[in-house]
Write a protein that binds this ligand. Structure first.
Ligand SMILES: [Zn+2]
Length: 244
């Protein structure tokens, strides 16, 4: 930090900034994310290595949950999944710079969710303008994320992007398919099955069923497997959250 100007002012701003971040971390922690798995970087939080949420969005969630606007909307205030406006056709755009085999994986992942047998549908679109979610290629050598995705916004819009770490280009096509299917799960609101509170970011509310204790082949586990289809738990959870 430069001290050419007022260092004191910067320090005091930085202190209040830290307090805000601390309170937001406490909020995310109260939603089941372990503190050691919450990282704050460039205005966004990274949860469990691959789930992204903007600081503004966390603030919006905190604000929304702090206000009481009646039972009708209570469902939506506490479960941050894509709303019915979007769930039938989450439109995905693949940046042209995404390597071909990751593009294939993305196409397959869109098909996976669309054919699961729920009210959740996805499609690929050819322009960014039409899209809800943009898939793009990044690179971070040796990083512990293969791909990472934004959660939906608190007003029900799908997560804005999925970034693929091309450091992991060596994964098999089947693992890539698993990885992108997983990330698309985050963009519509799924959390990790095997961590914290379970399948969903807001698990524990009366509307969210308890996930199976262990679902070792769930696509929403935090580790990548060869793609072998959705588990019964994946299918049930998706049908409950996204009815026809
Ligand atoms: Zn994940």
């Amino acid at each position: 930090m430069s001290c050419l100007f007022s260092c004191k002012k910067e320090e005091s701003e930085s202190t209040s900034h830290t307090k805000v971040v601390d309170s937001q971390i406490a909020y995310l922690n109260s939603k089941g994310f372990k503190k050691e798995n919450i990282e704050f970087k460039n205005g966004k939080f990274i949860l469990d290595n691959d789930i992204l949420i903007n600081q503004d969005e966390v603030a919006a969630r905190i604000k929304s949950e702090g206000t009481s606007d009646g039972p009708q909307t209570e469902h939506w205030r506490h479960r941050y999944i894509v709303s019915r406006t979007y769930q039938y056709d989450v439109r995905v755009y693949i940046d042209p710079a995404v390597p071909a085999d990751w593009q294939t994986a993305t196409q397959g992942a869109v098909t996976n969710w669309s054919t699961l047998g729920s009210g959740l549908g996805m499609s690929l679109v050819s322009t960014l303008f039409q899209a809800h979610t943009r898939v793009f290629a990044g690179y971070e050598s040796g990083a512990n994320w293969v791909a990472r995705a934004y959660l939906p916004t608190s007003n029900g819009r799908p997560g804005v992007s999925i970034e693929i770490n091309t450091y992991y280009n060596y994964l098999t096509p089947s693992e890539k398919l698993f990885a992108i299917t997983h990330e698309l799960g985050h963009t519509v609101g799924f959390n990790h099955t095997d961590q914290n509170v379970g399948f969903f970011i807001t698990s524990g509310t009366p509307w969210i069923p308890d996930p199976p204790q262990v679902d070792p082949y769930s696509v929403m586990n935090s580790f990548i497997l060869p793609w072998n289809g959705f588990t019964t738990g994946d299918v049930q959870a998706t049908r409950i959250l996204f009815p026809f």
